[in-house]
Design a protein around this ligand. Structure first.
Ligand code: FAD
Length: 386
């Protein structure tokens, strides 16, 4: 592993830190207590991100993106992890799946997402099909050259009302060695298409202000040009980028854990009981020691996965390990931080309760810890034919 941070990346890190100091941290409390990012603030973050070259920095330069490599994205995601998703999502990193856009789709979907004229949602999860993706009921049937889309999605998240959604739908079944398997196709569906409703859904207590949307499709007619990638290859397409998404969740968790640990350490050093700082009591001090150790291990794991990804050698199980380890490490640190703060840890006056609530989501989205463990188990057992 190479831990050297280049001079260029050091400058980038400095830029991201001052961007967050100025544009995000000051607004965290208000966003959490109101559950809203005012449009004006969101647009301000968006504009600043563009000015600094951070908007769509994950996408290649050929399409107008920042063209940053995984090492640079690692630093950025780790830093963004310190604040709320509701804020840093405005400095968009559009989903790389859009790179599968071809022909007119590039002008209509990919390029406007790079410039910020359009925003997308990634719509996979359904009310009755969360972890069990193959249980999806959303389907599209052929009608001449067109497709007719029916079904619904929920928990589909973004910072603001999107312009279109990438929607995964069953378009038939394939015979495989293990029996029938749904063919899943990704469609680009514009908000405003007759029969497509996109409305705000449930409110989440993690990252308040980051919105979830409920999508419903009632005989939505889509032309052949609305298929993203190949028909029947939707999951393979999303699978190409899913792993990196999980590594970035891991990086965000490390950033947030570092921030929480700093707060807990300051409290442990300054809060006195029985005539001494509570950090001197082993029960408190060891919590800090364990947190520091576990954070170090998590950071190394993310760095290792990033390096594997750079070599094109990252496997699904590598990403799954990072996702479970880092999100669970963060949750232990967040819970310990509340404990170290005592009653004050749960009071709205301090940010600890907010960071603790925010942390909880990381074990659930992008595939729960249990599903990640399935992926890891499969990678261990499959070579033995089990
Ligand atoms: C704020 C938020 C934003 C989100 N954003 C998006 C988005 O933009 N796009 C999108 O498509 N989805 C999104 N999701 C959905 C998210 O990915 C799902 O919530 C997650 O995959 C879990 O699905 P579920 O909630 O239906 O839980 P379920 O699948 O119902 O799982 C419930 C519990 O059962 C366990 N479980 C299920 N199956 C197994 C099994 N085989 N073995 C062991 N345990 C199992 C799970 O691990 C979990 O503990 C978002 C969710 C949230 C909360």
């Amino acid at each position: 592993m190479n831990f050297h941070v280049s001079h260029e990346n050091e400058l980038l890190l400095k830029t991201v830190k001052s961007f967050m100091e100025a544009e995000m941290f000051p607004h965290e409390e208000r966003v959490d207590s109101t559950g809203e990012v005012p449009e004006e603030l969101g647009r301000q973050i968006e504009a600043k991100a563009k000015e600094l070259g951070l908007y769509a920095c994950n996408l290649p330069e050929e399409v107008g993106g920042g063209g940053l490599g995984y090492d640079a994205m690692h630093l950025i995601e780790r830093e963004y992890g310190k604040t709320s998703h509701a804020l840093h999502a405005w400095a968009a990193r559009p989903t790389e799946i859009l790179l599968a856009c071809e022909g007119d789709q590039r002008e209509k979907y990919l390029l406007p997402c790079v410039t910020g004229e359009k925003r997308e949602l990634f719509g996979l999860t359904e009310p009755e099909a969360g972890s069990d993706v193959m249980g999806m009921k959303t389907n599209a049937r052929k009608d001449g050259d067109d497709w007719i889309l029916n079904g619904s999605k929920h928990f589909i998240s973004g910072p603001c009302m999107p312009d279109f959604a990438i929607v995964f739908a069953a378009t038939g079944e394939d015979e495989t060695k293990r029996g029938k398997r749904k063919r899943v196709t990704a469609f680009l569906v514009d908000v405003g298409t007759p029969g497509f409703e996109c409305r705000e859904g449930n409110k989440c207590v993690s990252y308040r202000g980051y919105k979830t949307y409920q999508l419903s499709f009632d005989d939505v007619r889509l032309g052949p040009g609305q298929i993203l990638g190949e028909e029947g290859k939707g999951l393979e397409l999303s699978g190409q980028w899913l792993g990196m998404g999980r590594i970035w969740v891991g990086a965000c968790c490390c950033g947030k854990a570092e921030r929480i640990l700093e707060m807990a350490t300051e409290w442990a050093a300054s809060r006195k009981q029985f005539g001494q700082p509570i950090g001197r009591f082993q029960a408190t001090g060891f919590r800090l020691a364990d947190g520091a150790m576990n954070l170090r291990a998590a950071d190394l794991m993310v760095a290792d996965a990033v390096e594997r990804a750079e070599r094109g050698a990252m496997e699904d199980a590598d990403a799954a390990m990072v996702k479970v380890y880092c999100s669970e490490m963060l949750n232990r640190i967040a819970d310990d931080a509340v404990q170290i703060h005592g009653g004050m840890g749960l009071m709205e006056e301090l940010p600890i309760q907010r960071l603790w609530r925010d942390s909880r989501l990381e074990r659930i989205w992008d595939g729960t810890s249990e599903i990640q463990r399935h992926i890891i188990t499969r990678s261990i057992l499959r070579p033995l034919g089990a």
